[in-house]
Each structure stands twice: as C-alpha cells, then as structure tokens.
Design a protein around this ligand. Structure first.
Ligand code: ITT
Length: 203
C-alpha cells in the first residue's frame, strides 16, 4: 500500500482531504492518505511565501525533507474579499490572531462590510495544492470557488469562514452544505481532483 502524507496541522482540512481523495489508486495500488501527525512528523514551518502557491510549496517541501521517498501534499488556502482588497487572503488563518475564534473573525468581516450592497460583497475561497514527489519534483494546482460574504453566520458544517461564505447558486453558505456538496464545488475539492489527475501521470 502506498502512502500520501498531507502536510497540514488543520484537522478540518484533513477531514475534507481524506474524503476527497478516498479510493485513490496509483499503478493499481491503493493509496492511504495520512496526516503529518499520524506519521509522527511535526516540523516548524515558516509560511513566508507571497502567494498561496508559494506557501503550499514551502509546506510540502518542509515535510518532504523528512520522508524523501513519499508523496507529500500540502494545502494553502484562504478567503479573498474583493471589497477589502482581497483581505484576509494568504493571512486567513492568522487574521486577527491565529487563536481568535472564527465567530469573532467572521463578525469582524461582516462589520467591515456593513452597508455594502450584495453585488459588492463578492469573495472567493482559493486553494493551492502542492505535491512534492519522490525525486524532488514539485507540482501545483490552484482552484477557487466564487461567492459572497453574508450578513450573518449561517450553518454548522465546515469550518473557518464557511458560515459567512454564501454561494448564490445554492442559496446557502458553505457551512449549510453537506460535506459531499461542499467538496463537489469547493476550491479544495477542485484543486485536489486536479492534482489527483496529475499524480496519475507524473508518478
Ligand atoms: P496548515 O497550514 O497546517 O495546513 P492552516 O489552517 O494554518 O493549516 P492555511 O495557512 O492554509 O492553513 O490557512 C487556511 C485558512 O483559510 C483556514 O484556517 C481558514 O481560516 C480559511 N479557509 C481555507 N479553506 C477554507 C474552507 O474550506 N472553509 C472555510 N475557511 C477556509
């Protein structure tokens, strides 16, 4: 059995990733997706890239240094709010402080958009996935989902900014969608399915 190690410490991402990559086989071999924690790797990673893609590469390479024979994937993602010049962007996890509850971060974004009309509340989630392959090659895929910032938190599913990310086509926030529906349309679902296809040809 082959192993893919996912370079994330975010358990919510990891849950989505395991679902999205379930059933992956490479060269007829079933692939198990493990978190860094599950394989006992816990490196200090400095995310000092200027883009989602750069940060995803930094994370994947940092972990690949410990397991050069494995495929290592990493996700760097975040929320871009157009009216706020694409804040919080690559700083989404760190916005208002890493340990600040999302109820506060979400209330703050809603407050910063108070009085702003629907058509100016456009936003997107972005996800860059990097794959560090045995031998040192790194490939990346980036994907987005477009939406709008809502007026209040809605929904209990998902994580992070999901309760305020409204998807007009569904009339719901991504926190109101089932995990399956979110993964079908999300930035992470799209980027991971694209990298899955690349892995099948690159390995
Ligand atoms: P790792 O670096 O260990 O993977 P992290 O949470 O620090 O974990 P990022 O630096 O990529 O990850 O920050 C991503 C942040 O963007 C995340 O913490 C959320 O605040 C937000 N985010 C990304 N994808 C999201 C999603 O699907 N739903 C809601 N918020 C999301």
């Amino acid at each position: 059995m082959r192993r893919i190690i996912f370079a994330t410490g975010n358990q919510d991402k990891m849950r989505e990733i395991k679902k999205i990559l379930a059933g992956l086989t490479i060269d007829g071999e079933e692939v198990t997706v493990c978190s860094m924690k599950e394989v006992g790797i816990n490196p200090e990673i400095v995310e000092d890239g200027k883009t989602f893609e750069e940060n995803a590469i930094i994370k994947a390479k940092a972990v690949a240094g410990y397991v050069p024979d494995a495929i290592v994937l990493a996700d760097d993602s975040g929320l871009e709010v157009d009216y706020l010049n694409k804040e919080p962007g690559i700083y989404s996890a760190r916005y208002l402080g890493e340990d600040t509850p999302y109820s506060i971060k979400n209330a703050n974004l809603i407050e910063r958009l108070s009085g702003i009309a629907d058509e100016k509340r456009t936003a997107r989630f972005v996800c860059a996935i990097a794959a560090a392959l045995p031998g040192g090659k790194v490939i990346t895929e980036t994907a987005t989902i477009e939406g709008r910032i809502g007026y209040e938190e809605k929904g209990e599913n998902g994580f992070g900014y999901d309760p305020i990310f409204y998807v007009p086509a569904y009339g719901k926030t991504t926190a109101e969608l089932s995990e399956e529906d979110k993964n079908e349309i999300s930035h992470r679902g799209k980027a991971l399915r694209a990298i899955r296809e690349r892995l099948l040809t690159e390995i």
